[in-house]
Design a protein around this ligand. Structure first.
Ligand code: SER
Length: 311
């Protein structure tokens, strides 16, 4: 059976690059992109306008294109979700239930749903955070991801739904803009450094967070989805680590490319969210189960970001 993929939330930070990665691997026509807004750049394959909370609309797209795999990326991220907790819960949960139910009914073979380091909270061990540990999130985004992970595991256990998930760290890429997260500063800094030679960070200088360069995240996502079923032992979300840094450390790397670059700090409400998250992640389960290994460290990521954004 040909693989026919639907990516819901294809215009977002991850979606933009994931669609590209999936099309490279499986062919343009086998990957349908979908979002509530038109894509900004020219399309290399089919696009459907659909709301992640519209079950009928999604079913129509699935039927029309013979979809058998869904990557559900639509969500409100950590900082945006705090502005409208009720809507964040509704969007993040309703969209997941629609897809899990469609899979339970046999309409989908495989489902991908992203989780986040936001499932962890202030009571979680902060360094080398294990795969299985205390998970008491303090943000509505984290609560939705933690509950969602448990629903994924439940649908797998109870109904045999093949759903897979990764707890992404902060993701950094140059092809798409981040959308309302606490880790967005690590993308903004590049644009501001190139444009103005200066950046004011909304997180304090010593706020260390786990991060990853987008190409690593995309490769991990597709690798996890392509791994043989029996290798996918975690059906909540896999811990995944790239590298950790704080604003001061990334500023020093950026300054290597932009002489005289000036970093200043004005922490806002996102500081409390960052303070509740781990500093570094233990991803040995992903490494052992399906062979995960990152390619990029901080310096390599900054080199690539600078090279591509300066063009
Ligand atoms: N990067 C995300 C955020 O900051 C974490 O999942 O919300």
């Amino acid at each position: 059976m040909t693989k026919k993929i639907l990516v819901i939330g294809s215009s977002g930070q991850i979606g933009t690059e994931l669609v590209e990665g999936l099309r490279e691997r499986f062919g343009n026509d086998n990957v349908v992109a979908s979002d509530i807004k038109e894509p900004q750049s020219a399309q290399s394959g089919p696009f459907a306008m659909v709301d992640a909370m519209d079950r009928r609309g999604i079913e129509r797209v699935i039927d029309k294109h013979g979809i058998n795999e869904v990557y559900l990326l639509a969500a409100l991220l950590s900082a945006t979700a705090e502005k409208d907790p009720a809507f964040a819960w509704k969007l993040n949960m309703e969209s997941l239930f629609i897809i899990l139910e469609l899979a339970r009914e046999g309409k989908l073979k495989k489902v991908y749903w992203p989780s986040s380091i936001a499932v962890f909270g202030p009571t979680t061990p902060k360094d080398g955070t294990p795969q299985h540990t205390v998970s008491e999130p303090s943000t509505v985004y984290g609560i939705s991801k933690q509950a969602g992970e448990q629903w994924c595991a439940y649908y797998h256990r109870r109904y045999g739904v093949d759903v897979r998930s990764i707890r992404y760290p902060g993701l950094i890429g140059w092809k798409s803009a981040p959308g309302g997260g606490t880790t967005d500063y690590a993308v903004h800094i590049f644009h501001e450094a190139i444009k103005n030679g200066a950046y004011t960070s909304f997180l304090g200088p010593e706020t260390t967070l786990p991060m990853m360069y987008m190409p690593d995240a995309i490769r991990a996502t597709i690798d996890l989805m392509e791994a043989p079923t029996e290798k996918v032992k975690e059906r909540t979300g896999y811990n995944l680590a790239g590298f950790s840094f704080n604003p001061q450390q990334i500023a020093a790397e950026v300054a290597r490319h932009i002489p005289g670059f000036k970093m200043s700090y004005a922490p806002d409400q996102r500081q409390a969210i960052a303070d509740s998250w781990p500093r570094s992640i233990d991803d040995s389960a992903a490494r052992a189960d399906w062979g995960w290994k990152p390619d990029f460290d901080l310096r390599a990521m900054v080199n690539e970001m600078m090279k591509n954004l300066k063009r």
